[in-house]
Design a protein around this ligand. Structure first.
Ligand SMILES: [Zn+2]
Length: 469
């Protein structure tokens, strides 16, 4: 009887690298011989894994900003990936692709309203690309709190994957998923990945040289002997960045292909994925989670707003950047609500549905006509469209990569400031009200980063470039 299962989850993601105004990715010298990192990682990892059929044997999510880039850069590969999920739906009734909250925002640091939008956009993006509703959703950096999990469940998400230290108790049994109770009688299932093996495959290349050795040695040794004896099915889940397989470590696309196709089976270890597992083995035990925790470090979500114990230099710019953005968001939201309120009974519902316009599925005029309580003038349609575009940029400026590294002098935090500048410009064009002085005031008190320009200079430069066009 088969009782030992394993699941490889690949979290594939790239931040949006496009300059907001042009939509073009600037060339990145580190990525040679390719013109930017997206292209290089695609050639080394996403495409070969798709060609090997790996996306049909693992659990995976591809972040919406990456899906969008990939489906225009190499639509054949993206189609192959979608088809590999569809083949599982056909065979087992459930697919293996997971959705992701849209902008890779650290959701525990976001307002409830923003959580709702990020999840709604993630669900809609998934549906657009995979032609079905998602059952599972990957949380950026697996950052979670009870409110985030509640928002997932409210939108029909049945499960997510977290790190074991996000559970509210130690020594949990990671060979089975748990149910987390949520307000209003809801619940969500959490799969905890195997921390030791997941870190091993991510950071210890010697572990993944030979799939037969890995399956028969490291993997096999981590199953519970009691469960093997009793024949109780058990699951070991390995979670890592998808880029591990071929980009971070060369040839691991081949390792993965052999692991899920032959090496596992030889040891009676069978590849599965969360939705399929749940169909056969619903979670039986309950657990709570620790609020504001993540997979990237053991200091909660501190690194995305300031100093954590991993930090070795002064990163107080992180705190200043986040509070500037939070202040700006409040102002943008107030102007949005004041402007649309008399015509749009549910402005946040409109924002959640704006993803349909972003995906090109619905023309803005049709969406506004559906959401407005009375006929809108042409000028109002233009004005509301700009405010919704400002909302899109204001969501994008929270991309977590902007706070991940200690250095400010990188593309990620600078891009977030570019999106903020774009949101300010669009709001001004729509309402005549200029939020730039308030942003510059907030940024002026941000301590200067250790290297590179001051954030207020970066914001000013972006704004100047935007207003010149
Ligand atoms: Zn840390």
């Amino acid at each position: 009887m088969i009782s030992n299962y394993f699941c490889v989850h690949a979290h594939s993601y790239q931040p949006s690298r496009e300059v907001p105004l042009t939509g073009v990715i600037p060339s990145e010298t580190g990525a040679v011989p390719f013109s930017n990192w997206n292209e290089r990682i695609h050639a080394e990892c996403y495409r070969p894994n798709a060609e090997l059929g790996n996306f049909s044997h693992i659990s995976f999510n591809i972040g919406p900003t990456l899906s969008r880039w990939m489906s225009s850069h190499d639509s054949d590969t993206f189609r192959q990936i979608v088809a590999q999920d569809a083949s599982n739906v056909e065979r087992f009734g459930v697919g293996n692709a997971m959705a992701q909250a849209y902008n890779h925002t650290i959701l525990p640091l976001a307002s409830r309203q923003d959580k709702v939008t990020q999840v709604a956009w993630g669900v809609a993006d998934f549906r657009h690309r995979y032609g079905r509703l998602p059952q599972g959703m990957w949380l950026p950096e697996t950052a979670a709190d009870l409110e985030t999990l509640s928002v997932l469940a409210e939108q029909g998400i049945q499960f997510t994957i977290l790190a074991p230290w996000q559970a509210d108790q130690e020594d949990i049994d990671v060979t089975q998923p748990y149910r987390v109770s949520l307000p209003e009688g809801r619940s969500i299932t959490v799969f905890f990945y195997h921390a030791g093996l997941s870190a091993g495959i991510s950071f210890n290349p010697s572990l993944t040289v030979n799939a037969d050795r890995f399956a028969g040695g490291d993997l096999l040794s981590h199953y519970s002997p009691e469960k093997i004896r009793s024949g109780e099915p058990q699951l070991i889940l390995l979670a890592s960045d998808g880029e591990l397989y071929g980009h971070h470590q060369p040839h691991r696309d081949l390792f993965l292909a052999h692991l899920v196709n032959g090496a596992g089976k030889k040891r009676n270890l069978f590849a599965t994925y969360p939705a399929l597992w749940l169909k056969q083995h619903p979670a039986r035990r309950s657990i709570g989670i620790r609020d504001k925790t993540s997979w990237s470090c053991h200091h909660g979500v501190e690194r995305w707003k300031g100093t954590c114990l991993c930090t070795s230099v002064d990163v107080s710019w992180k705190t200043g950047l986040r509070s500037t953005f939070d202040h700006l968001s409040k102002e943008i939201d107030n102007l949005y609500l004041q402007t649309v309120n008399r015509w749009i009974p549910d402005p946040w519902g409109l924002r959640d549905r704006y993803i349909q316009v972003m995906l090109g599925d619905v023309p803005i005029k049709d969406l506004l006509a559906e959401c407005a309580s009375k006929q809108l003038l042409e000028a109002q349609i233009t004005q509301f469209s700009m405010l919704l575009e400002a909302q899109r940029e204001r969501q994008r400026m929270y991309t977590s990569c902007g706070w991940f590294f200690d250095e400010f002098d990188r593309i990620e935090p600078k891009n977030n400031l570019a999106y903020a500048a774009q949101a300010v410009r669009l709001t001004k064009r729509a309402t005549g009200i200029d939020l730039a002085p308030a942003v510059l005031h907030d940024l002026s008190i941000v301590p200067a980063p250790a290297t590179g320009p001051h954030p207020d200079q970066v914001f000013r430069d972006h704004l100047t470039r935007l207003t010149q066009t």
